[in-house]
Design a protein around this ligand. Structure first.
Ligand code: FAD
Length: 392
């Protein structure tokens, strides 16, 4: 079998890339996954969608992706569970200057965001204690979507255009002759001939590329989240990034999903082995922060917890790039924030594969090149927040 492009990994990044290639007329494409669509980080994602970033190119990818989330049924043919409840971020005095500079940069990119006062924030989150914030910003178009549904929507739409998605099919190795890709070898011993391979296999990309002399600087990390039953009906509330206590919260049904943004993610030796439930220390930290921030929640109880693996790079930004090998590309290292940008990432990756200029405004194709680490040119926030994880 010969394909124009083989994509390794049926997570949201691989499938979005397949979809972008298909809408460009490149449909002799197969996406292969060792397990199932969205079986990796995508299916575990909190799915928060927002544009509040100090890296302008990430903000622009998020801005472009918003249109796809909000028009998913028209564009992809099926819903992605997008709840456009808005995104509220609260900031402390120590980060106020960086926050205002970041907001101005976001607005210059055309992002619908603006500073709001305590009165507006209190109306959006009446049960929250807000006195220790210096200010807030609100993005009315933010919210959260469903990772599983989004991956399936991209897969369904790409399939309807002619792309093949094959599950339960592990890629064992990438075949190269001289300086160019010739195909992939599957775990069952068969092969697929191609002169273009996109590796979109999260932290599992590392062992696929290392035999070719490409060492991806990606480390698997554990993230832990806690689902709390508030004991009261809160109505629909925006996603809330609390940059004082360093936590984020969004509703899942009438429950609240809490995550920590204080840098407590930790490296794990094996991306396939990590606890399936949050550890006691993580639950206690979460409960403490939640109780401080939401004293108005009458009778909270921990409903359940969830965990996941994120693929972290040294600058906490993705690698969307050619490699030194002709026809070999990588879209990995999304560092825990790849969901909200995935629709535009697919377009950018397709542009790189097809050797054409970026179709994503404000995001040149070379921005997330792999070589930036060797060049000492990491992609960093222009407006970093003190004490926060690097994905702001
Ligand atoms: C708990 C959690 C919460 C998150 N919350 C958010 C959020 O709120 N907002 C946000 O923007 N981002 C969030 N993220 C990050 C986001 O979900 C990920 O960045 C994104 O889903 C990664 O997609 P991916 O396609 O790169 O990887 P994955 O979804 O992991 O897909 C990789 C695929 O590759 C396959 N694969 C691996 N090896 C092989 C092989 N050898 N052969 C074939 N297939 C292979 C795997 O089976 C897998 O399906 C969160 C992540 C987690 C874990």
């Amino acid at each position: 079998m010969t394909r124009d492009v083989v994509i390794v990994g049926a997570g949201v990044e691989g499938l979005s890339t397949a979809h972008a290639l298909a809408t460009s007329g490149v449909t002799n494409v197969v996406v292969v996954d060792r397990d199932a669509i969205a079986s990796g980080g995508t299916g575990r994602s909190a799915g928060i969608v927002r544009c509040h970033y100090g890296v302008p190119e990430i903000a622009a990818l998020a801005r472009e992706s918003l249109t796809v989330f909000s028009e998913a049924e028209e564009r992809l043919g099926s819903p992605v569970g997008f709840e456009q409840v808005g995104y509220l971020v609260g900031i402390g005095e120590d980060n106020l200057a960086a926050f205002r500079a970041s907001l101005a940069a976001q607005q210059a990119l055309g992002i619908d965001t603006g500073e709001v006062g305590h009165d507006v924030a209190a109306a959006l989150w009446p049960v929250a204690e807000l006195d220790d914030f210096a200010s807030f910003a609100f993005e009315p178009q933010g919210g959260y979507a469903d990772g599983y549904a989004t991956a399936h929507a991209f897969a369904g739409s790409a399939r309807s255009l002619g792309t093949t998605v094959t599950q339960g099919t592990a890629v064992a190795s990438i075949e190269v002759r001289g300086d160019a890709v010739t195909g992939v070898r599957l775990a069952d011993g068969t092969g697929i001939a191609t002169d273009a391979v996109v590796v979109a296999a999260s932290a599992w990309s590392v062992p696929l590329l290392s035999p070719l002399g490409i060492e991806l600087p990606i480390t698997p990390y554990l993230v832990q989240e806690v689902l709390i039953d508030p004991g009261v009906d809160l109505g629909a509330r925006p996603v809330f990034s609390d940059m004082v206590s360093k936590q984020y919260v969004h509703q899942r049904g009438h429950e609240l999903l809490f995550g920590d943004s204080g840098g407590f993610e930790r490296p794990i030796p094996d991306p396939d082995r990590y606890p399936t439930h949050a550890e006691d220390a993580a639950i206690e930290r979460c409960a403490e922060k939640a109780l401080h921030r939401f004293p108005g929640i009458a009778d909270p109880s921990v409903k359940t917890t969830s965990t996941g693996m994120i693929d972290v790079t040294p600058d906490w930004n993705p690698i969307i790039s050619a490699t030194g090998i002709d026809g070999l590309f990588v879209a990995a290292g999304f560092s825990g924030h790849g969901f909200k940008i995935a629709p535009a990432v697919g377009r950018l990756m397709a542009d790189i594969v097809l050797g054409r200029p970026s179709s994503v405004p404000d995001v040149p194709t070379e921005t997330f090149r792999l070589s930036r680490y060797d060049e000492g040119a990491p992609v960093l926030s222009k407006f970093p927040y003190v004490g926060a994880s690097k994905i702001r």
